[in-house]
Design a binder for this molecule. Structure first.
Ligand code: SF4
Length: 369
């Protein structure tokens, strides 16, 4: 039986119940096991993970930073506390004898699920038939490995929110039109920052016939955006930005580019999670920030920089529920399995997908500072 991502279900998580171990016992066994396995194990933690999990990460970072660390480690086991597409990316960047483990196989990404290979192949056919101009496909790293391979095969590349600007510039050096998926907001915000007008961009909706666009619109468009989004970042609104500016004009509003164009435009600043962290770190004591990104990161920044006021832009909990699936108990199950030499939840990308996916990843890594 296969799980959500086509992995073998019999590798699934052996439950460590609360009856078997209390939360405290889980944390203490984790500490001990991490120490025992230190010669063989690298734990990567995405910024959106909960604090208890992050406390065991050897390296924390955003997708780009973690992908680079995965590519550079010699450790035989890499436990990726993040979501499925990140573990797949790490597997593509590591040697075949290294094993990448995702503590909970159900930790996915709702945005990545908004584009699949069949839909993108179909869209490609529609677009290529409609226009004689060279179209370069760029995918946000938040996607299935098969889509990374698709862009690799079709002269395109991958980007993250840290390097989207560089990769989109690169795409326009290679061709005349851009297909950007799955996040319409990152695509629109970055293209607009590069001077492309909103009316030069169209949105292809895979749930509509011919993507809901006409041949004329495809011919005229410079950028074709996919109808995908992050449900966490799309929750922020321009009204929230305006309310902060009215009630507390000294507060700096800084948002992630997965937010809508209206929020991106209304905010004082925008950038990847690493960019947001750097900006907050470098700000003088006493600065107030309203941050438009995932709540675990915002709360952690608030705890870390006690001399600054850091709060979420939204009054609601903007939590990535799929990232939140990774819990210390699942991490412990992964480490126990490594200790007995029978790792579970190992993520493996097939050779054909890896070959072309790597091509696209290497194009990105060459363009990343
Ligand atoms: S925050 Fe959004 S884009 Fe990031 S993993 Fe969660 S659902 Fe996906």
């Amino acid at each position: 039986m296969l799980d959500l991502f086509g992995q073998k279900k019999n590798d699934f998580l052996p439950e460590i119940s609360e009856e078997e171990l209390s939360d405290q016992e889980v944390m203490s066994e984790l500490k001990q096991l991490k120490q025992e396995l230190r010669e063989d194990l690298l734990i990567l933690g995405h910024h959106y993970q909960q604090n208890d999990v992050i406390s065991f990460a050897d390296i924390t970072g955003d997708s780009l930073a973690l992908a680079k660390h995965a590519a550079n480690t010699n450790m035989p086991y890499i436990v990726f506390c993040g979501v499925h597409f990140m573990a797949e990316t790490a597997d593509m960047l590591t040697r075949p004898d290294q094993q990448v483990i995702l503590p909970d196989l159900n930790a996915g990404c709702s945005m990545a699920d908004m584009a699949n290979n069949e839909q993108v192949e179909k869209a490609w056919e529609v677009l290529v038939n409609a226009s004689s101009q060279k179209i370069i496909p760029i995918t946000y790293i938040n996607c299935d490995a098969k889509l990374k391979a698709f862009v690799g095969r079709n002269d395109g590349a991958i980007c993250t929110s840290s390097n989207a600007e560089d990769l989109i510039k690169w795409a326009f050096d290679q061709g005349e039109k851009l297909l950007f998926f799955p996040d319409q907001h990152l695509g629109r915000n970055t293209c607009s920052k590069l001077g492309i007008k909103l009316d030069e961009m169209i949105v292809y909706n895979p749930n509509m016939q011919n993507g809901g666009v006409t041949t004329r619109q495809i011919k005229d468009a410079k950028v074709i955006l996919w109808h995908g989004y992050c449900s966490v970042h799309q929750g922020f609104t321009a009204e929230q930005v305006l309310a902060i500016k009215k009630d507390s004009p000294q507060t700096r509003v800084i948002v992630h580019p997965e937010c809508s164009y209206e929020v991106f435009e209304a905010a004082d600043d925008a950038g990847s999670t690493s960019y947001i962290i750097d900006k907050i770190e470098q700000a003088p004591a006493g600065t107030s920030f309203a941050v438009g990104t995932e709540i675990n990161l915002v709360n952690r920044l608030n705890d870390k920089y006690a001399d600054k006021q850091i709060k979420s832009l939204s009054p609601y909990q903007c939590l990535c529920t799929t990232m939140y699936r990774v819990r210390p108990r699942w991490l412990l199950a992964s480490l126990r399995a490594i200790k007995i030499g029978k790792p579970i939840n190992v993520i493996k990308v097939d050779n054909e997908t890896r070959k072309y996916g790597l091509l696209a990843l290497e194009r990105m890594l060459r363009k990343s500072k």
